[in-house]
Design a protein around this ligand. Structure first.
Ligand code: 13P
Ligand code: SF4
Length: 348
């Protein structure tokens, strides 16, 4: 209601056009001029309210370009956002991402107010496992450490020995195995990430059956068709893709690792097997690279909009809270991950 009101009141005036002109230059390649009058007044108001409220916006690489390039204070993959959340100065963190990311921010910054603009921004991996499931796994394998992908609820993290993201998973698995003197770890909940990690280490992995609903849809046939239709195109994949898809690619890594690959190597044509907004966000920055788009949308990430962010700053909703005893145990697992810190090398 507040956002609807705001967008009625907020007009695309000459002042708004002037104030947002330099931002539009950043996104002109991907946001048609005709759409800018809708976004620009919201951007001005969000950037004003952020200062007034002492808030920062942490935005994941899958956020839409008008969020990623025009209102975010920090952007990155899950690991980079967690690191930012741990050291942020502002009173309020608005998480432009999904719920587990907001929980991670709250776990690492318990004294801050953490807001998520839409409570429906979930994740198929996070909803594939509960704390009770992890307790059962620990009963079944009492001596094995539990390595937990950050795409999980605080409850699940609290039952875990250490967390990881796609950019440090191998290093985390190897470090906890060495510390405990074991050759096997439990790795939850992403079965494909588990298999992709297992290919890069001698440590044996017991996996869960979770899948990312966005990345599981990429197929080997699709990659081969793309290579046939676009000879010379470089194919990048997120390690949440099935292992046989990753095996067909030139490089696999976290969302930020894929961005770095494009930034450093500047391939003339690239295919990113990941969420669609990543292509847009990177395309905006590298006009010399052609992005071919067999991408899939994450419906959860797309719950976050400029209108929602504005409403969140206006109404201070929805505040993400984590029960202190759960937060304390979850924090130990996340902080242990942050200490490992070594990025995972490319799969191939
Ligand atoms: P990254 O940590 O690579 O950004 O991945 C998060 C995610 O949800 C990918 O689907
Ligand atoms: Fe979860 Fe997949 Fe969406 Fe990432 S892309 S938030 S793993 S559902």
């Amino acid at each position: 209601m507040a956002a609807a009101l705001a967008s009625q009141v907020l007009a695309y005036t000459p002042d708004v056009a002037k104030a947002t002109a330099s931002l539009y230059v950043k996104v002109a390649k991907i946001i048609p001029e005709i759409e800018w009058p809708v976004f620009a007044p919201l951007i001005v108001e969000i950037n004003r309210l952020k200062k007034e409220r002492d808030a920062v916006i942490l935005a994941h690489n899958y956020q839409t370009p008008e969020i990623f390039h025009c209102v975010a204070d920090f952007v990155g993959d899950s690991l980079q956002l967690a690191r930012e959340a741990a050291k942020v100065d502002a009173k309020i963190i608005v998480q432009a991402g999904v719920h587990f990311m907001a929980e991670t921010s709250k776990i690492l910054s318990p004294d801050k107010i953490v807001l998520i603009p839409d409570l429906r921004a979930g994740c198929s991996l996070a909803s594939s496992i509960t704390g009770a499931d992890v307790r059962l796994l620990k009963e079944k394998y009492p001596n094995l450490p539990v390595v937990t992908y950050v795409n999980t609820s605080a409850d699940v993290k609290a039952e875990s020995d250490v967390c990881c993201t796609s950019s440090n998973a191998v290093a985390v698995v190897e470090s906890i195995a060495a510390e405990r003197g074991v050759d096997t770890v439990i790795f939850i909940p992403d079965t494909f990430l588990a298999k992709n990690v297992a290919k890069q280490t001698k440590i044996k992995i017991i996996a869960w059956h979770g899948k990312c609903e966005v990345h599981e849809r990429f197929s080997v046939d699709e990659v081969r068709r793309f290579r046939a239709d676009h000879p010379g195109a470089i194919v990048l994949a997120h390690p949440e893709c099935p292992p046989e898809v990753v095996a067909e690619c030139d490089f696999a890594g976290s969302t930020s690792a894929m961005i770095d690959y494009v930034a450093k190597k500047r391939p003339p044509r690239v295919v990113m097997l990941t969420e669609c907004s990543m292509n847009d966000n990177v395309a905006a920055e590298y006009p010399d690279v052609e992005f071919l788009r067999p991408c899939n949308l994450c419906p959860h990430m797309k719950r976050i909009t400029l209108q929602g962010i504005l409403r969140s700053l206006q109404t201070m909703q929805y505040e993400v809270k984590v029960e202190p005893s759960i937060a304390m145990r979850a924090r130990a697992a996340v902080e242990r991950m942050l200490q490992v810190g070594k990025p995972t090398p490319a799969v191939r």
